[in-house]
Design a binder for this molecule. Structure first.
Ligand code: NAP
Length: 575
């Protein structure tokens, strides 16, 4: 049986849900396939203890529905995973989206059929889908929109002996729906990125003993942990039109709106940003433009080392993120890194543990900023052990736990918090074949090549939402998603209105765009030689080292997309 919608959307996370809503409203017949048993994407799969968002919820929310903005109550300033998933479910119900979504349905291959200008999706139904009556084995659509997410394919390192472990194995990015009881268990966790840092304090509270296997220490700063105040939420609601406009003008798609009416004290005009701190950087200027920034009053280099430490001790580690020069000037960056390490020394009881937790091989701003709740305090507990796997490497996983070159750690539960094959993982896993049987995997062997992170030459009518080369993960994802969904919807409508059948990026346009993406990333902390991050693909063995998101800022990117349309879809071939 073959289903033939106008538009096939792959993924029912925030991108797929809004794309469905929007394209259905434009009059298209839309089918969504989703591997999970329900909506939510990232927030469906990442249910590990401590999971929460690193962007304030009043900003990390859809802007397309005024009534939704007015109705939805967020319980905390930075919401936890269950509350974000609740929101996703509410959106699905409110806009009656589920009837168009085939859950428990995984895309296994996607092939372009040139003769009838359609994409043929071969799909597989998971065990849970057996209840559906006669699900289609194939879907053929003129347009295919990949809403597969930037961080959706878990990265699980291949460690020797991994299959021999007889205990429970979990991955933070594929956490089970059923609650996991860790009471009385000896738990081991590999990985200290955002997921590990969020999970570790919660796991320590539950487990009998927690052993943390750390390869690279992180710079993490305390997250805002405030409950939502009704007055603050109301002030946002009263100003949402302006807030959405401010998001459009901000490099990271965050308005940074201050609800002055509801706050007791006005913001003090000093060097320290008060709150909230988000994981999205406020600036991404290259080092070459730094001389003037270094003179700015909020430059860390204008303080003595003693003043820096005193400020951080008094006001917290996140003070360091308020200095603009930290992101752009290597000397300032090292000053911040050193202050961070010193402050850590004062926070951790055991100097050996403190030294192990201190990052030394890269600087602040190289990776996505990690936010935590009680991370460092957790290492002062007697029932938590930190193992540095650089000093004492993992030799093998055994039947009973992990063996390093120093000793055996017996475990009941082993958790991988080892991240994702980011940005390209889900697209490459989909086995996409374009014109003349050309595989996307071959085209992207040396790194992703796409025009505006939206489309690829050789793959007509196939679109990627927040694809590589777009601001995506360097932007408030909801803002980036809405912009892409709208652009693609308008494009598809334009084709229909003008009796056109297809759109495809030209090879020149995509090559030029990739060159521009690389050019703007050059000279930032993200691409310093000492930096290894998933932005660069360096967390996955064998993946090409290339900076994947667009760091030139969301407004500049959006204007570029608008200009392309104004110029008659410049850089695309329409037919
Ligand atoms: P990640 O940042 O890539 O961290 C993975 C961790 O696993 C790193 O500590 C890494 O060490 C370690 N690791 C990987 N392979 C290893 C191996 N073979 N042996 C030992 N250690 C290994 O992944 P993540 O923590 O899942 O976070 C990814 C992104 O997801 C974040 O940057 C963020 O964008 C998003 N996220 C956001 C939130 C939030 O909203 N607060 C929460 C979770 C995730 P190395 O550094 O040495 O590679």
């Amino acid at each position: 049986m073959t289903n033939r919608p106008d538009v096939l959307i792959v993924g029912a996370g925030f991108a797929g849900m809004y794309a469905l809503y929007r394209y259905r409203n434009l009059g298209f017949n839309v089918t969504v396939i989703e591997a999970g048993s329900d909506v939510g994407g990232t927030w469906f799969w990442n249910r590990y203890p401590g999971a929460r968002c690193d962007v304030p919820s009043l900003e990390y929310s859809y802007g397309f529905s005024k009534s939704l903005e007015q109705d939805w109550d967020w319980p905390e300033v930075f919401s936890a995973q269950p509350d974000i998933l609740k929101y996703a479910n509410h959106v699905a119900d409110r806009f009656d989206l589920r009837q168009h979504i085939q859950f428990n349905t995984r895309l296994v291959a996607l092939e372009y059929m040139e003769t009838d200008n359609r994409w043929r999706a071969t799909i597989e139904h998971t065990a849970e889908s057996k209840e559906q009556s006669e699900p289609a084995a194939q879907i053929e659509a003129q347009f295919c929109v990949m809403a597969t997410g930037c961080l959706s394919v878990p990265n699980k390192p291949v460690l020797p002996g991994a299959d021999s472990f007889t205990g429970t194995v979990l991955h933070t990015g594929l956490w089970p729906k059923e609650p996991v009881d860790l009471t009385g268990k000896r738990v081991g966790i590999i990985g200290t990125g955002s997921s590990g840092v969020q999970a570790i304090p919660e796991l320590a509270k539950q487990a009998e003993h927690l052993t943390v296997f750390q390869r690279t220490p992180v710079y993490t700063v305390p997250a805002n942990r405030k409950a939502m105040r009704a007055a603050v939420q109301q002030e946002f609601r009263d100003n949402y039109d302006d807030i959405r406009e401010m998001q459009q003008k901000n490099a990271g798609g965050v308005s940074n709106f201050r609800p002055v009416r509801s706050l007791r004290r006005p913001r003090s005009d000093n060097a320290v940003r008060q709150e909230p701190i988000t994981a999205i950087p406020s600036t991404s200027l290259p080092a070459s433009s730094l001389s003037s920034v270094a003179q700015a009053p909020n430059a860390i280099l204008s303080l003595t080392p003693e003043e820096r430490l005193e400020m951080v001790t008094e006001r917290g580690l996140n003070t360091l993120l308020s200095f603009r020069d930290v992101y752009n000037n290597t000397e300032a960056n090292e000053a911040a890194n050193e202050t961070f390490r010193q402050a850590l020394g004062n926070m951790i009881d055991d100097p050996e543990v403190s030294a192990r937790l201190s990052p030394t091989t890269y600087g602040l701003g190289c990776k996505r900023q990690v936010l935590d709740r009680d991370y460092y305090d957790t290492f002062n507990r007697d029932d938590v052990t930190l193992v540095d796997v650089i000093d004492t490497p993992i030799e093998t996983i055994t039947r009973d736990g992990i063996r390093t070159n120093e000793k055996d750690y017996d475990l009941d539960v082993l958790i991988y918090a080892t991240g994702f094959d980011a940005m390209t993982g889900a697209l490459l896993k989909a086995n996409i074949q374009g014109r003349d049987g050309k595989r996307l995997a071959d085209k992207w062997q040396d790194g992703p090549v796409a025009y505006l992170g939206l489309q690829m030459h050789g793959f007509p009518n196939l679109f990627t939402i927040t694809g590589p080369g777009s601001p995506s993960v360097l932007c408030n994802m909801l803002v980036a998603i809405e912009q892409h969904v709208n652009w693609i919807g308008d494009c598809i409508k334009y084709l229909g209105d003008n009796n056109l059948e297809s759109i495809e990026a030209t090879p020149e346009a995509e090559v030029d765009w990739v060159a521009h993406v690389n050019e703007v990333a050059e000279g930032t902390m993200y691409t310093t030689p000492s930096c290894n991050s998933w932005y660069l693909g360096s967390n996955v063995p064998g993946k090409a080292r290339i900076f994947m998101p667009y760091v030139g800022g969301y407004p500049r990117y959006r204007e570029q997309c608008e200009q392309v349309v104004a110029n008659g879809y410049e850089g695309f071939c329409l037919g």
